[in-house]
Design a protein around this ligand. Structure first.
Ligand code: NOJ
Length: 733
């Protein structure tokens, strides 16, 4: 009889296991040969879709039938996954089902905004809903396991993968990580629940100079307080799997990093799920220079605790001999295999290996109206208004619009990097949406291509502008300028776009700039050339209608930046929660012998958390409930948020804290709370944040994690430059 047991894990969260799972797994393992066990640790990619460099390989179907594969990636579709599952279940000796994995990064068929844009919504419920939709669609196409969420903190917008994460802040990043895991996994009991994967463990986003796959050197305190929190948060809500990162971390590549994978992840955090390598990352320990050959790489990875070898040959070729020679203990292999089999059992694949291969559901569940509505809602909330002239935006009813720029009608670019099964033909572009809303009033001309130097098409754009009352310029990056392996050293508008913008501005017509990009761009030269600037990220399938909703004023923009926008590349890395330094530059003109530049200010162009609205908000009556708290205490921060304008709007109120003196120097500000609230026109909302002493903990030089008694400042407002509310003392007891 199947009985459900709710096992409360280390963090008090429930994992659902079917009673009998352990017996089934133990029974199976008792009957498996060493080779059969190791086969469970092998993951191969389909030959049709590759997401990394491919080495030599024998035919996939033959491998599956021979029971030499435990998991596949990049195989999608109810019919295709069923075909392969049948081969595994009927062909292999022990009939063990396969696990199908895919990069479902920001939607499956319904494409949501790129993840950095999603984070700009600061709307955890909407983000969780997006992943629920992604899981419903992906699971209907046979996918059991998504290689998401990517929870890497990124402080360098040159790094192309900044678009896949939640930006620079560990507090926001942790909250988003939890929401995404919950959305994908649910309680892992139903046919729409899929395994999530916290990746890339760890500090992959700290790649030197923002160059993908490159070396990272991160002190342990920074690792623990900045880069690891979103991973720990994912573990706390029961993420089923982790992926280790490609990078060399302080001299030990993550795939062989025993401290990281064993000491921190398994021993300190109690993680019991699968750790999968990144694509070929075990073998990459050879070029890294940590292993002399593939066999040594296999040994290092197995002993560190990498359970599954993604698209590599290290385990298949070398683990059997390493175990037979006693170099890798059998007990270690058993633990690895158990993690894989338990994941299969948790999904119910032993009862029904075809649970996710439902062609009828696959037909039914893609692009459902509620999925498209969720995508439109999240896109609207992700847009960040960087510059505003109320005379220009929202667009006036009846205004004739010149819609100019290479991204006005660029369905593929609108989807962004890593679109899974998202299709350009499903996407509604800005042009299509504006024309539908403003029949006969929109004239369109691309003006130039995204990255080319040519100005040949400027004339047609200027002609369109001459016929219009207002210019809407759709500029920015193409979809393939961010994502894996797509770092940039310059972050200005590519090609001739800046020149096009200047030519448009020179017409004297009002210019509304809509910027599409997967990362923060450097906008110092751009801002003076537009009257209003809306940052649209890469907004996905419903990006066009969502933009029309905002441009036409149905909804006020409410997104806030999840990453600092630098003035220029030379300022990078630039992030708000920086250390104060011994010679800080005071506000005001540059001072000699202070930490600053000769040629640019220290301040960003836009701080973390920044975003304007069509209305105006004021924070009043801000106060602390007490001037002190004890080490196990708490206090509240209260304020009234007033909407001073004549229209409804959403505001993301942000609470920051500064620990003035610490045994380890403390950041100038740290985000400790946020609330997204809707305020009616002329209305007000009472804000209340609770601050506990444990929220003030940090890592000390001896490795302990605790708050320290002393003075703290509290700031509350609409971005990382929020004004001071007051100070309190944390007492020693
Ligand atoms: C490499 C990427 O780093 C990782 O994020 C992805 O999941 C795998 N390739 C599989 O596509």
């Amino acid at each position: 009889m199947l009985r459900r047991l709710f096992l409360h894990g280390l963090f008090g969260l429930s994992a659902v296991l079917v009673a009998g799972t352990e017996d089934r797994v133990a029974d199976l393992m008792a009957r498996m040969t060493l080779e059969e066990k190791i086969s469970q640790l092998v993951q191969c990619s389909s030959n049709d879709e590759l997401t990394g460099p491919r080495g030599e390989r024998s035919p996939l179907m033959a491998e599956i039938r021979a029971g030499r594969v435990g998991s596949l990636l990049n195989v999608v579709g109810a019919r295709e996954t069923r075909r392969m599952q049948e081969a595994a279940v009927t062909g292999s000796r022990l009939h063990i089902p396969l696990l199908f994995g895919l990069d479902v990064i920001h939607g499956f068929r319904t494409t949501f905004p790129v993840n950095l844009g999603q984070a700009a919504s600061w709307d955890l419920a909407a983000i969780e809903r997006a992943e629920r939709v992604a899981a419903i669609e992906a699971s209907a196409a046979g996918v059991h396991w998504t290689f998401a969420p990517m929870v890497d903190i990124a402080r360098d917008p040159r790094w192309g993968r900044i678009s896949e994460g939640a930006g620079e802040d560990p507090f926001l990043g942790s909250a988003v990580a939890k929401a995404r895991v919950r959305g994908f996994q649910g309680d892992l009991s139903g046919p729409t629940h899929i395994l999530a994967c916290a990746k890339h463990f760890a500090a992959y986003g700290a790649a030197q100079a923002g160059r993908d796959y490159w070396t990272t050197e991160v002190p342990e305190i920074t690792l623990r307080d900045t880069y690891l929190p979103p991973f720990k948060a994912a573990a706390e809500v029961g993420v089923a799997t982790f992926m280790c990162a490609f990078n060399d971390l302080n001299g030990v590549p993550c795939s062989g990093n025993r401290w990281l994978l064993d000491q921190v992840l398994r021993k300190e955090w109690g993680f019991q799920g699968i750790v999968v390598s990144d694509w070929g990352s075990i073998a990459e320990m050879v070029p890294h220079g940590l292993a002399a050959d593939l066999k040594e790489a296999a040994r290092l990875a197995a002993l560190a605790g990498v359970d599954m070898d993604m698209e590599g040959q290290a385990y298949l070729k070398h683990l059997p001999e390493l175990v037979r020679a006693g170099v890798v203990p059998m007990a270690q292999v058993d633990r690895m295999v158990k993690a894989v089999l338990e994941a299969k059992a948790k999904l119910g694949l032993f009862e029904n290996p075809y649970k996710y291969c439902d062609e009828a559901r696959e037909q039914r569940d893609m692009l459902r109206p509620e999925h498209l509505e969720a995508a439109r809602d999240l896109a609207r909330k992700s847009f960040v208004l960087l510059k505003h002239d109320p005379a220009v935006l929202p667009l006036r009813a009846g205004a004739r619009v010149a819609l100019v720029g290479p991204l006005a009608d660029a369905a593929r670019d609108q989807l962004g990097m890593w679109e899974a099964k998202g299709r350009p033909e499903d996407a509604v572009t800005l042009k299509a949406a504006l024309e539908a809303r403003l029949p006969g009033l929109v004239v369109t001309a691309p003006g130039c291509a995204v990255s080319e130097a040519s100005r040949d098409e400027f004339a047609s754009a200027l002609k369109a502008a001459a016929q219009a009352d207002v210019i809407v310029a759709a500029l920015g990056e193409s979809w393939d300028m961010t994502g894996e392996g797509h770092s940039r050293s310059k972050l200005d508008l590519p090609g001739s776009q800046q020149a096009l913008l200047e030519a448009l501005k020179a017409t004297g017509k009002p210019v509304v700039l809509v910027l599409f990009a997967g990362r923060p761009l450097t906008l110092e030269a751009v801002l003076p050339q537009a009257d209003a600037v809306l940052y649209a990220w890469q907004p996905g399938t419903m990006g066009g209608p969502a933009l029309a909703d905002v441009l036409l004023g149905d909804v006020s923009p409410s997104g806030k930046l999840p990453a600092t926008f630098p003035r220029n590349v030379g300022q990078i890395p630039l992030y708000y929660n920086t250390k104060p330094g011994g010679r800080p530059q005071p506000a005001g003109p540059r001072e000699q012998y202070r930490s600053n530049y000769l040629d640019t200010p220290n301040t960003p162009l836009f701080p973390f958390g920044f975003g304007l609205s069509y209305t105006r908000f004021a924070y009043t009556d801000a106060r602390l409930s007490s001037p002190e708290m004890g080490l196990d205490g708490r206090l509240t921060v209260q304020a009234t948020l007033r909407n001073l304008g004549d229209r409804e709007g959403d505001e993301v109120a942000q609470l920051y804290v500064r620990d003035l003196v610490g045994s380890v120097t403390r950041p100038v500000r740290e985000l400790k709370g946020f609330q997204r609230v809707r305020v009616p026109k002329g209305g007000q909302v009472a804000l209340s944040f609770e601050l506990r002493a444990s929220d003030l903990a940090f890592t000390h030089t001896d490795g302990s994690f605790a708050p320290e008694a002393g003075r703290f400042q509290v700031f509350l407002g609409g971005d990382a430059n929020a004004p001071l509310v007051g100070e309190f003392t944390l007492r020693a007891q």
